[in-house]
Design a protein around this ligand. Structure first.
Ligand code: NGS
Length: 266
């Protein structure tokens, strides 16, 4: 009966938020001001939160964006009354970047620390602009970033499942997570969408005026040459390539003031 107030979406909020692209506050000072526990954990204390989420962020060589993101996302999640913990999974300099595998690793590490019900898998260059875009899970896997400013707030194609997504632990495990073989840019999100479809999940989205994101600018990545072949034979690997056969090495693990940092070799 002391449940936290939650603004469930569907309500049209015309107020768009923007990040401070040049934040000045030191991480420790920010953590203290906002009551964030080491490792980037927080939950409301004056009411019972509905949701317990892990935010999983793949990372490499984008310190400026990470700083902007952290300064923005903590107050945002706190305004939503979410019980949350943020994980940054950094890939060592070895091999091409593998966003999908870093998500799998983040999931695997997060469930060792807590019985999270819900996972947000997202890129650090995406800033949610509308507080009604609740950082929690829905009955179906949800594509959260369907309305991005760089696409003039339009969805580029129906099957797009990249950017920011929300899945329950059960949904993610049923899909066997992401494929681990997508090195370099592109396709891993399309493959994941096929996985969900093959397991009978329909994906959901909130309306375009709720699911709005502001993308921090960066130069366009060069697409990988193997992405289409990987996609074509993807279905044959749904059961064997994913969280069930995940192999990696943890090089460093720190509870930083604003997030749990895990450096990995993949
Ligand atoms: C598709 C990519 C996706 C990507 C999407 C949007 O073409 O991985 O573009 O990218 N699929 C393949 O390359 C097979 S975006 O315009 O946001 O950079 O997510």
């Amino acid at each position: 009966n002391n449940a936290c107030f939650i603004s469930i979406t569907g309500r049209r909020s015309s107020y768009l938020m923007y990040p401070d692209e040049n934040p000045k506050e030191e991480p420790l000072a920010l953590a203290q001001r906002l009551g964030i526990l080491p490792g980037g954990q927080w939950k409301p204390t004056n009411c019972q939160p509905y949701y317990n989420i892990a935010v999983i962020l793949p990372y490499r060589n984008r310190w400026n964006q990470l700083t902007i993101f952290m300064n923005y996302i903590h107050p945002f999640l706190q305004l939503q009354n979410i019980d949350y913990r943020i994980f940054v999974i950094e890939q060592s300099q070895i091999k091409e970047f593998n966003r999908a595998k870093l998500f799998n690793i983040g999931f695997n590490e997060a469930i060792k620390t807590n019985d999270f019900h819900c996972f947000i898998f997202q890129d650090i260059d995406l800033i949610p602009q509308n507080l009604d875009n609740i950082y929690a899970c829905t009955k179906m896997p949800r594509h959260m970033s369907s309305s991005v400013n760089t696409f003039r707030y339009n969805l580029p194609y129906t099957g797009l499942f990249g950017g920011a997504i929300a899945l329950t632990r059960q949904q993610f495990e049923t899909a066997n997570g992401f494929s681990n073989i997508f090195f370099g840019w592109g396709g891993e999100d399309d493959d994941f969408y096929s996985r969900l479809q093959s397991r009978g999940y329909l994906v959901t989205r909130f309306g375009p005026d709720v699911a709005q994101y502001y993308m921090l600018t960066h130069k366009k990545e060069v697409p990988s040459h193997t992405r289409f072949t990987n996609l074509e034979n993807g279905a044959s690997r749904f059961d064997t390539d994913g969280i069930k056969d995940l192999k990696y090495e943890v090089l460093n693990y720190q509870l930083r003031p604003l997030y749990s940092w895990i450096l990995v070799n993949i």
